[in-house]
Design a protein around this ligand. Sequence first.
Ligand code: FEO
Ligand code: CA
Ligand code: CA
Length: 668
Amino acid sequence: MHQKDDNSVLFGSGDELPSNHSRNPHFNELIETPLARRQVLAGGAALGTLAFLGAALPRVSLAGEHAGQAQGKPAFRSRRKLPFTPVAISRADGISVPDGYKASPFIPWGTPITGSYPAFLEDASNSAEDQAQQTGMHHDGMHFFPIDAQRGPGRSSDHGLLVLNHEYIDAGLIHPNGPTVVDGKRVSADEVRKEINAHGVSVVEIRRNLQGGWDVLPSARNRRITAATPMEIRGPARGHALLRTRYSPQGTATRGTQNNCANGFTPWGTYLTCEENWAGYFAARDSELPRELSRYGVRGSSRYGWETLAGDEFERFDASRKASSAEDDYRNEPNHFGWIVEIDPFAPESVPVKRTALGRFAHEGLVFAPVKPGRPLVCYSGDDSQNEYIYKYVSRDKYRPGRSNGSLLDDGTLYVARFDANGKGKWLPLAIQDKAFQKACAAAGVTFADQGEVLINTRLAADIVGATKMDRPEWGAVNPDSGEVYFTLTNNKSRSEPDAANPRPANAYGHIIRWRERSWNHAGRSFSWSLFLLAGPESDSVGPNGQPLGAHSLLASPDGLWFDPEGRLWIQTDMSGSQLSSGPFGNNQMLVADPRSGELKRFLVGPQGAEVTGISATPDFRTLFVNIQHPGEGSTADNLLSTWPDGPGKRPRSSTVIISREDGRRLL
Ligand code: FEO
Ligand code: CA
Ligand code: CA
């Protein structure tokens, strides 16, 4: 999903408006060195930042070594250039991949996967009950679990569970003639239930067939998790007074997950779905909102108006104070969202668990540092909203292969990143027992009763310690060659003051930042960072090789990010509006970068109005799964802006795409 201007009216779907009004950190305080000052003050000019690229992190040389070696440093192998012909930009209503590759749509919205397997009806007249047995709308983050992955990493490349998020809905397409609204209110419970059921996650057992294609298997493992599925709340915020609701007076349970953007997956074979722009699903009409609502952008009206229907299943989306106590209304319901949810795809009866130790914000995704037996588990997550932060979680207990489970995600320390202008950075703990955190709270005049309250107010805690406001952190990925962590910063039109890590005011095109933990210790508190690329047109961009982007590498609004097993970085874009219609970039796309050489080439272009997002591969790297979200975004039944993937006259549908080489060999 991408940024839109108006989120205040029914169906004005989009990301949340900026809600970080904190004053930290001030730009001038970050400028510590003359070099950094000169580079930052160059502002939006790509040449001004050129010198900074790679300044903090020595560029990986083709000889395969970093400067500044330290113990445990990774070794690099040299390799040939990216072995495919780049795809030209395109505005066609289809998928383009390089010569020698094929791309096939798979499990589009409405594909029957469970229950009575109700067929998709092209006029969108499937019921809410049907929708709960079909794949949801707006595919996003995704992971392929080899079928043998419940006992170790899994090696099967022909059979597995494909697990994917359904981020949001296109209200104009999900019903035959759009939603029924009377006097600004929803009037059809079945319509709203269908929308609720089109959210969440799908688990689909799939197998490669003799022709080399893939089939959905009728399987007891196939499952739909929706915005109404019962879930458990675990971690430090479990049972907190701020989580008590009419549904869960103990504050330990909730219903559903929503706006599931990117994802993660654990070393013990579970899936993590991340709640991103959840605030817009709620309305809170009180004249003054508590900080755990206001700092997250909850407002007086909701995006889809679900709360305007009578009945507990809908009233829970109204967070106004209606009763004398929190146990009798849903004032705290929004506090049940903004978490990361763990799902065991191999156990279809399992109850999904919201892991509160990972913090509450607009979680884009979750990416793990390489796990090492006997060492803590470390993972990273970005808060995708303008001027929000990047976080890291370090487990208290050590990782033990074959024995560790989700409880590792319940007890640990959440840190937030400060990117200093000298190319260094710090991880600042958001821990109530930490002395520096206590001091920062006292200086800010802010109190938290306990760690649960810190986590429910993660954004405020991060404000207090002086984290660096970023240009909308989206996906992260960890380079298997070097251990360096890469994050996309997709754009930020509300930035007025550039800083070293976000060097462009009103950053229209976005960039990619990377860092290396000090001494390659992912659990540590210090790192070095640099910019990997500045996206944009040729006149305002810098590629990984230090040169402006060219015809084969132009991109804007980087979003999805993934390292393949050989250390190549796959970059997906989520451009919108004028960038799509009149920019030099064409439709949204996916590119491949080689951080060792600085090479960057376009691999795929998506259909009209679509975002390219979500990526996973089989262990043999012969099959790549990619999601195409919201083709023909904004379409209605009588105004189809795309007809992908079904062709002329058919409603556009979000869909997975299976990519392979025509000769059946490894993808690259
Ligand atoms: Fe749902 Fe941040 O993209
Ligand atoms: Ca996006
Ligand atoms: Ca995204």
